[in-house]
Design a protein around this ligand. Sequence first.
Ligand SMILES: Nc1ncnc2c1ncn2[C@@H]1O[C@H](COP(=O)(O)OP(=O)(O)O)[C@@H](O)[C@H]1O
Ligand SMILES: [Mg+2]
Length: 375
Amino acid sequence: MKDKPAYRKLEKRLAHLRQELHRLRRSRLSDEANFRLAVEYANEAIVATREGRFVYVNPKAVQISGYSRRTLIRRPFIQFIHPDDRRKVMDRQVQRSAPGAPAEPYLLRLIDRHGRIKWLENHSVLVDWDARPAVLSFLTDVTMRQQIQDRIHTLSQQLIRAQENERQKISRYLHDNVAQDLSSLLIAGKTLFDDAPGIPDAVRQKMARLSAVLHRCINAVRDLAYDLRPPVMEQLGLVPALYQYCEEFARQSGIRADFSPAGMDNLNLETEIEINLYRLVQEALNNIRTHAGASHVSVKLIASSPNLILRIEDNGRGFDVEEQLQKSAETRRMGLGGMVERVSLLKGKLTIESRQNRGTKIFAEVPVRKRKTTG
Ligand SMILES: Nc1ncnc2c1ncn2[C@@H]1O[C@H](COP(=O)(O)OP(=O)(O)O)[C@@H](O)[C@H]1O
Ligand SMILES: [Mg+2]
């Protein structure tokens, strides 16, 4: 009977283990129940997908999509995605299904039951769902935010267009009317006393001073008209205008500025492209003058069908592009933000690369649009 205490001990230990197992099972079940509860009540759409289908959708997903749970689960989930986003979603889904570092959240468009677009921000992770791997996605409805952003975008583009139209009108008026009339006045004044020998010197001197003021006035009006819209661009187009602008910039700033166009002959670009690319160079060169501390800048304009490529490079101190673009968006300054808007108005892409003490490269690529020939 020596074994008895040992046996008892063993039995006690076994009972304890059984109890422990039971407790663990219960807590696992309640963890799972809590998890399901959280998911069911979440204010985000939460879905689990496997092999191209939903294996779970929460009530919020049903609400956002407008489809019943049954319909969602029955069809391949890609059918609910906007056709232009399907590729992206499939690629991300494949990426997500492999274990590894968590993927970046991304935006996708869902078409709801009424055919409306819903913008969703998707965060997803790989999980075990009913004992098999599945992709669990948390989708936040950002449709409102997206609509507001689109609206701001459209408005700033309309603003740019309206501003350029006004500038053109004022510039033409100043040049063709105001400057012309002032010039006629100047000539009339200069010749006023030509056939009048009896005029005292004091009066002649007064007239000379008046003429000098008129002369300055004419120059000021011409400069203003020029700034508003360079006549060389109106008459000869973007390439001569950029030659002139770079030359003038170099003269005034002491920074060497080389402009080289390629393949630009006989392009006959639409005015909207010309003026916006011109403004882009203006803004970039102004920034280089005020911020870069550069000694050299190169501006290249290359026609590479069907696109037009503009490259502006300086050898200055460089800057943190992300940070400045963010600031620009917050303050709605027209500098860098304006460049982004102008390029997007032309349906193009803008890239800015900058490294500390390695200079800045601005790269814009826009589709060529030719002026419609009239008559
Ligand atoms: N070519 C450049 N070299 C160095 N820094 C630049 C350059 N372009 C822009 N920056 C930096 O980016 C900032 C934002 O530029 P921008 O939006 O044009 O506003 P602003 O010129 O009115 O400051 C500038 O203040 C400057 O710090
Ligand atoms: Mg600026």
